[in-house]
Design a protein around this ligand. Structure first.
Ligand SMILES: NC(=O)c1ccc[n+]([C@@H]2O[C@H](COP(=O)([O-])OP(=O)(O)OC[C@H]3O[C@@H](n4cnc5c(N)ncnc54)[C@H](OP(=O)(O)O)[C@@H]3O)[C@@H](O)[C@H]2O)c1
Length: 323
């Protein structure tokens, strides 16, 4: 490592560690008044709900009265979430299988959820991962691009078009990451097929940046139809995902990383309070609407929300829906 790299790392940790870890959460939460959350009568769909933050959101939403459809790719892990819910006294967790790295499986999930006929009040697009390995799916796409971004687009648009949301106060919460702060929107960088050009950390940042932009597009498009969209990031939480993808980062920071409760606090708070939001693109973090950019270089891009959506639509059209 050269001096310049070392300096960059020190600046990065110096800037974000106090805020993104449990330290920031503890300090900010001293000033919060906790709302009385009641999700009774609501149906939540939570993706990536078999572990980490998604699992906690599913269990907590059920504890607060919601009926939850927990979605992931392992039935055994989902059964464990149901069993954990039962052990805590909540009977209302249902499951659905989906591999979000595959468009056709996500489209199958849309049909499955619509056919179940239980209107959705809250969709939490939580599934996501940082993949260092360069994996191409059976549909010919880079695996993390599909999981982190394309599947969110296919699922959300599909459920809206299928009329699967409840008419009154439908809500979508998108789980992004501070990794998105590092890069500008770039459609060219989303789906890296050449292994020589692939960098998992950068790819994750591009997906998460695009997710922030997509959220704003959805606000503009579906806000007038009664939908609320929030995009939030959890800070740095100790989950299996972090253990696998960022072992050295975890090793250094594990004593101060957030737990699942503090990492998901903003998601659950947003659903309980439904705060109004300023018009401009932004990201919620620790119960506050914050700027979508922390560095000037990410503000300028050849891409726009329109080119992003056109890119995703064209990509979806390439793969035939099996249904
Ligand atoms: N933890 C953090 O510090 C942090 C920070 C910033 C942002 N985030 C974001 O928060 C979200 C959750 O992160 P996490 O740390 O809780 O992750 P995690 O511990 O890896 O959990 C991810 C969940 O998604 C499931 N999943 C992964 N790939 C899937 C696929 N292709 N299809 C269906 N399910 C799949 C996993 O189940 P399997 O057992 O099947 O893998 C697991 O249930 C992600 O979007 C992440 O980017 C997390």
């Amino acid at each position: 490592m050269n001096l310049q790299q070392l300096r960059k790392i020190m600046v990065f940790y110096g800037r974000f560690t106090p805020s993104y870890t449990q330290i920031g959460y503890r300090a900010r939460s001293l000033l919060w008044r906790n709302p009385k959350a009641d999700f009774s009568g609501q149906h939540w769909v939570v993706t990536g709900a078999s572990g980490g933050l998604g699992r906690f959101i599913a269990l907590e939403a059920a504890r607060l009265g919601a009926t939850v459809t927990a979605v992931a790719r392992s039935q055994a892990k989902l059964d464990q979430v149901v069993a954990d819910g039962r052990a805590q006294g909540h009977q209302r967790i249902d499951t659905a299988l989906c591999d979000f790295s595959l468009q056709t499986d996500t489209q199958r999930l849309v049909r499955d959820l619509a056919a179940r006929g239980r209107p959705i009040d809250v969709l939490v697009n939580n599934v996501g991962l940082l993949n260092h390995a360069h994996v191409i799916t059976a549909e010919g796409r880079e695996h993390s691009y599909t999981t982190n971004l394309l599947s969110h687009y296919v699922l959300t648009e599909g459920l809206i078009r299928a009329g699967a949301f409840r008419k009154e106060r439908p809500l979508v919460i998108n789980m992004t990451s501070g990794g998105g702060y590092n890069v500008a929107l770039s459609t060219r960088a989303l789906n890296t097929l050449d292994p020589k050009k692939f960098n998992g950390t950068l790819a994750y940042g591009w997906h998460k940046r695009a997710q922030m932009v997509l959220n704003q597009h959805w606000r503009d498009t579906y806000g007038p139809k009664g939908f609320t969209f929030y995009v939030m990031h959890p800070g740095w939480a100790d989950t299996d995902g972090v253990k696998t993808s960022l072992p050295r980062f975890r090793e250094v920071l594990k004593s101060v990383l957030r737990d699942a409760r503090s990492g998901t606090d903003t998601a659950l708070w947003l659903a309980a309070v439904r705060p109004p939001q300023r018009e401009e693109e932004s990201v919620w973090f620790d119960r506050k609407q914050r700027a979508a950019h922390v560095y000037p270089h990410t503000r300028t891009s050849k891409d726009t929300p329109q080119t992003l959506v056109a890119y995703l639509d064209a990509d979806v059209a390439r793969v035939a829906d099996a249904g």
